[in-house]
Write a protein that binds this ligand. Structure first.
Ligand code: SF4
Length: 252
C-alpha cells in the first residue's frame, strides 16, 4: 500500500496521559491522533467519531502538544501503553519527535512501559530505550501477522515485515523485552506457526489477538476478508503460494 498523503494539524491537549478503561488498567498514551499506516483492519478508526475528523482513516494526523509531565513518579509501577490508537513511531515521528519527547518525560518514572509499533524508527531511540530500561520496565512490541510482504503491502502502509523483524532483533539484543504481536489473526489465513518459528529466537513473548469484528466495523472487515480469500485462492491456482497461503485453501 502506498503511503497516503497526510494532512497534519497541531492540537493542544491538557494531558497526554489518558487513564485506560481496559481490564489491564493503567494509561493509554497516544502522542498523535490518527495513523498513517492506514491498516485496512484498523478498529482504531473509531477515533474519528471522537475527534471530529471526517477524512478517511490514515490520511490525517493531529500532532499533540501537552504540558510537560511534571510528576512522572506518579506513574511508578503503573502500566503505560504507548500506541493504542496510533503508532507512536509512525513516519511523522521523524519530524515531530513527540514519542521521543514522551519517553524523555517518563524516563525516570519507574512505569511499566509498553511501546506498540509496526515501525523500525524505534531504533533511532535505542540509547534512550536502554536508559529507560535501567530504571523502569520497558517492552517493545511489533505487530506481525504475516511473513508475506505482498500481503502485508495490501494490508498496511507501514514498513516491511523484514524491517520490523530486524528492529525486533536489535532491540532484543540490547536486552530490552520484546513481543511478537500476531494481530489480528485471520482464521485459516494467518500462519501462526511460521511467524513463531521466524521470531522465537528474537522475542521474549508472543501475543495473539483475535480479529476485532465489533459493531459497524464488521461489514468493512468482512468485505476485506473476501478480497483476501480471493487473493490467496488465485495465488494457489498460480502455484506460487507459500504455506500461509495454502492454509486458506485447506481451512476454508
Ligand atoms: S498501526 Fe494500529 S492504529 Fe495504526 S492504522 Fe494500523 S492498526 Fe490502526
Amino acid at each position: 500500500m502506498e503511503q497516503p498523503e497526510i494532512k497534519v494539524n497541531h492540537i493542544e491537549t491538557k494531558s497526554v496521559m489518558t487513564k485506560s478503561n481496559t481490564p489491564i488498567g493503567g494509561y493509554s498514551v497516544n502522542p498523535y491522533v490518527g495513523c498513517p499506516h492506514a491498516c485496512k483492519y484498523c478498529y482504531a478508526s473509531f477515533m474519528k467519531r471522537f475527534t471530529g475528523h471526517t477524512e478517511e482513516w490514515g490520511t490525517f494526523m493531529d500532532v499533540k502538544d501537552w504540558p510537560e509531565i511534571k510528576n512522572p513518579k506518579k506513574y511508578a509501577g503503573q502500566k503505560v501503553i504507548i500506541g493504542t490508537v496510533t503508532d507512536g513511531y509512525n513516519p511523522l515521528e521523524e519530524t515531530y519527535k513527540n514519542t521521543r519527547r514522551l519517553l524523555e518525560e517518563l524516563k525516570d518514572s519507574g512505569a511499566d512501559i509498553l511501546i506498540c509499533t509496526k515501525s523500525d524508527l524505534v531504533l533511532r531511540d535505542l540509547d534512550l530505550l536502554k536508559e529507560i530500561n535501567e530504571n523502569s520496565r520497558l517492552t517493545v512490541s511489533w505487530s506481525i501477522n504475516t511473513l508475506d510482504e505482498e500481503f502485508k503491502d495490501d494490508m498496511d502502509a507501514a514498513v516491511s515485515i523484514e524491517r520490523r523483524l530486524a528492529a525486533m532483533k536489535e532491540v532484543y539484543a540490547a536486552g530490552i523485552r520484546t513481543i511478537c504481536f500476531i494481530s489480528p489473526v485471520f482464521p485459516g489465513i494467518t500462519d501462526i506457526e511460521a511467524i513463531i518459528d521466524r521470531t522465537k529466537d528474537q522475542c521474549d513473548l508472543v501475543w495473539l489477538e483475535n480479529l476485532n469484528l465489533r459493531g459497524g466495523f464488521k461489514a468493512d472487515i468482512m468485505k476485506y476478508i473476501s478480497t483476501i480469500v480471493d487473493y490467496f485462492y488465485h495465488e494457489e491456482v498460480r502455484g506460487t503460494a507459500n504455506s500461509g497461503k495454502r492454509n486458506v485453501i485447506h481451512n476454508p
